[in-house]
Design a protein around this ligand. Sequence first.
Ligand SMILES: Nc1ncnc2c1ncn2[C@@H]1O[C@H](COP(=O)(O)OP(=O)(O)O)[C@@H](O)[C@H]1O
Ligand SMILES: [Mg+2]
Length: 289
Amino acid sequence: MYSSQKGLINSTEPQLIIPLPNMDGAYCPIDDEGHYIQLHTIIASGDAALVVHREGMAVKMAIVYKHYTLEEAEENRSKIRREQEVWRRIQSDFYTPVEGIVHCLDIPGDTIEMRYMPGGTLLKWLEHRARPSIQLQKRWFRQLAIGLHNLHQCRVIHSDLLSRNILMDGSLNVAICDLGASSVMPIDTVMLDAVDDYNCSIWTDICQLGLVFNEIATGRITGISLYNHGGSDNSVASFPSWDMLPALSKRLWAWDIIETCWREGGYGAAGAAEILAKLDKVKVPCRSR
Ligand SMILES: Nc1ncnc2c1ncn2[C@@H]1O[C@H](COP(=O)(O)OP(=O)(O)O)[C@@H](O)[C@H]1O
Ligand SMILES: [Mg+2]
């Protein structure tokens, strides 16, 4: 179970930390085998993990520098091992990807090897590209709802479902990534009523999904977090009140789908799967956005 602060508070992309030139390589991270990581292979670097592009894969590993103490290295490595546990639960073999979730190819040592997603994050896409058509928006809604439903079926709560944790392949398909803050619940958990130690549940996941849907449908990145309000402990999630959520125009094709995500328990016994049923029924005006 995740033991450090869970919520990642701001919604910006992790910054790539470019090490200062240094003769002894003290600021150059090293991999599992103690070799320096070539800087041009680094895709992203966060608080504890970095992701490198290697042999056609994306490899997530702990950030470790040569000067780290064993404890410092172990702290970051243990976070990767925790994430490996989540992958073990949701993908029982490495040949069969789970629909809507990035394909994990292997988890050798303290690393996670994934299919490389060349389209980058959904956040970047929304910030820098032309607005997606409603057809494409609907496709993304569907893929994300399927991915989240599959996670919940495996008794996993994602807890950090943000557009920067959604990746795109080369054909504009989206998939959920970053299980670093996820909770693996006992396999017989009734997910409808379950909460983890950080007050996260399928309903906080669906609420976060609604925020992502809103970003897709409006193009506006709100940066709303379930973690940074109502109290001093940032790692505990709370369900946002209506006044904290973005105003929804009823002219938006997806307003009803999004609003239901933001009502705790709104999708009923089927959870995220019910989003699919609602998507099938929604009438999209021919030319509106
Ligand atoms: N499979 C992948 N393909 C391409 N880029 C990836 C992949 N996995 C992660 N990334 C990149 O690395 C970043 C950080 O990965 P993530 O799993 O979210 O780590 P963190 O726990 O540090 O947030 C992502 O936002 C994305 O830019
Ligand atoms: Mg992330």
